[in-house]
Design a protein around this ligand. Structure first.
Ligand SMILES: [Zn+2]
Length: 562
């Protein structure tokens, strides 16, 4: 399989006439911030624009965006953004792209457009939307689009077929092949087959579950386990979920209704999305079942269900706050906490920590590890193999996954007969050109992680995060030095202020001499420059603390002229 040495790839050359370039700016090498840019005849088409949720080593970051650097000079060439479905990792970045050019048409299904429009309203952006349904066609510049129904953990998902003069591309978006979905809308394999008959030149497929053998279990098979939770929970049931997992929340609502409980939605994005899903009839809520959170507080505990999510629609954030007693829901003895979502890969340790804390508070925590309360939203290996055999693509490019998922997906394509050199294992920023029916790697554009930190976008860097991790692990030492500029000596003993560093009266014994020694070596130019002197003092103190205590606090020196 063609897999690039990414570091050594040059920038791609200008695109050949009549060729199609496919550049993923996110979602290859990570689970999240999915975004793919298609270029043809001087125009660009964007498919999805999502966010990635930060991990433990990215403290203080709200969400992570795809890098728009390579398209920033060409915003006017973008003919449309196609959204395959309404999950945050596919739509969460749209407000940030539209802030750069507000009138890019946004194409999607009814529920997807409703979710993104509500999100954009919070950013005070009114999008130009184009509503499409399965089997609709739409022309966007040189791209002829056709939409295909796919089944996923959110309703109204679409795969998109893109016809260009360079060939036919089929992008699955996120999908699985549940044959008995709650909304009876299955992945339209008949249409996949028709496209296959026509000849799919490049097939972009969801890799998330490519390492999982067999077939993803039907959502309906969760009903008994969820029902059991509702039938046996002695007190409140607190359900945590992504704010967009409409199918799962329907299951919870049904179980609550069957067991005589009332339900409240908690968390802004959950309340907003469920209101939309109910209004558009993607969610069927029996009359009187859902009440306001405030009203539920006065009801008996065994009649209460709370369905909640975090501020970004991400469930673990809210649960972490509950576990730390820092949430409007205070978890207590006898409560049942139901994790109706996946454990996000990479965050397992943090999640088990949260489960332990909730258990210590007296809660019974039900999760996919101890009950059948979660199925994946993504096709497993068996389903992917079916797709390859049905579509018979000429070239394959696995998308949506970490490297290991992309490779596993590529291996499935090869097993079904796709030649190895026609399977492109890409990465974020790696441009792939489709020329005369053949896909090859053309080069690489910037595709770094762009951090949203409070109101700032892209201002927090890897250096910022490194500093934060140092602060978290080593604390901070502020040292105040009164320096006599005449002879570069300390006029008074150094003073220390610390945060997060364990110390006593003798911790800094001996450092004074080392700072003086360092100051003696200062050049005349440095002596005249307070900032340079501060650097010298800070480095001397850092060296001392590292050598003596094996700690690396952030050291801030303040030098004052004596
Ligand atoms: Zn999804």
């Amino acid at each position: 399989m063609a897999s690039p040495h990414i570091e050594s790839l040059p920038a791609p050359p200008p695109l050949a006439r009549g060729a199609l370039r496919v550049t993923p700016l996110g979602g290859l090498g990570e689970i999240g911030r999915n975004m793919t840019v298609f270029e043809h005849q001087g125009k660009l088409l964007v498919v999805d624009c999502g966010v990635l949720f930060p991990e433990d080593h990215q403290p203080g970051i709200d969400v992570i965006l795809p890098d728009f650097t390579s398209i920033r000079d060409r915003l006017d060439d973008i003919v449309a953004i196609v959204l395959t479905h309404g999950h945050e990792d596919h739509i969460g970045g749209v407000p940030y792209l539209l802030k750069e050019r507000a009138d890019i048409p946004v194409i999607g299904s009814e529920l997807t457009l409703a979710f993104i429009s509500a999100k954009l309203k919070e950013h005070r952006i009114r999008p130009r939307t184009v509503h499409v349904e399965a089997l609709d066609t739409h022309t966007a510049g040189p791209f002829e689009l056709e939409f295909v129904a796919v089944n996923h953990s959110i309703p109204d998902g679409l795969a998109v077929a893109i016809r260009t003069k360079a060939g036919l591309v089929l992008h699955t978006g996120d999908f699985k092949m549940d044959q008995f979905p709650l909304d009876d809308r299955i992945t339209d394999l008949r249409h996949f087959a028709r496209l296959g008959e026509e000849g799919v030149d490049l097939f972009l497929t969801d890799s998330t579950n490519a390492e999982v053998a067999g077939f993803t279990t039907s959502e309906r098979e969760l009903t008994p386990a969820i029902d059991h939770v509702f039938a046996t929970a002695p007190r409140r049931i607190i359900v945590s979920s992504f704010a967009s997992h409409v199918h799962r929340i329907q299951q919870v609502l049904d179980a609550a209704h069957r067991n005589g409980r009332k339900v409240a939605f908690v968390g802004r994005s959950m309340v907003r999305n469920m209101g939309i899903a109910r209004d558009l009839e993607y969610l069927n809520i029996p009359r009187g079942l859902v009440v306001d959170f405030g009203k539920l507080e006065s009801m008996p505990d065994d009649k209460v269900t709370l369905i909640c999510t975090g501020s970004q629609g991400e469930p673990m954030a809210a649960l972490a706050r509950m576990a730390n007693g820092d949430h409007q829901i205070s978890v207590g003895d006898g409560d049942t906490v139901l994790l109706a979502s996946s454990l996000i890969p990479g965050n397992e340790n943090a999640i088990y920590g949260i489960i332990n804390k909730l258990t210590d508070l007296g809660a019974n925590v039900v999760h996919k590890g101890n009950a059948k309360v979660h199925v994946s939203g993504h096709a497993s290996a068996g389903e992917l193999i079916y797709c390859y055999n049905i579509v018979k693509p000429r070239n394959v490019m696995p998308v949506h996954g970490e490297s290991k998922h992309l490779h596993a997906n590529g291996a499935l394509a090869v097993r079904t007969g796709v030649p190895e050199d026609r399977v492109i294992i890409g990465a974020d920023g790696v441009a792939v050109d489709l020329v005369k029916g053949r896909a090859t790697i053309a080069g690489r554009v910037p595709a770094g992680l762009v951090y949203v930190d409070g109101q700032t976008v892209g201002r927090a860097t890897e250096d910022t995060l490194k500093e934060r991790r140092l602060l978290r692990e080593g604390g901070v030492v502020t040292v105040v030095a009164l320096v006599d500029p005449a002879n570069n000596t300390l006029a008074e003993p150094l003073e220390f202020l610390t945060k997060g560093l364990v110390h006593d009266d003798h911790t800094f014994d001996g450092v004074q001499a080392e700072v003086e020694k360092a100051l003696e070596k200062a050049t005349p130019a440095q002596t005249k420059d307070l900032e340079a002197l501060e650097g010298i003092v800070a480095r001397a103190v850092s060296r001392f603390v590292r050598r003596k205590y094996r700690r690396e606090p952030v050291v801030i020196a303040v030098v004052i002229d004596a």
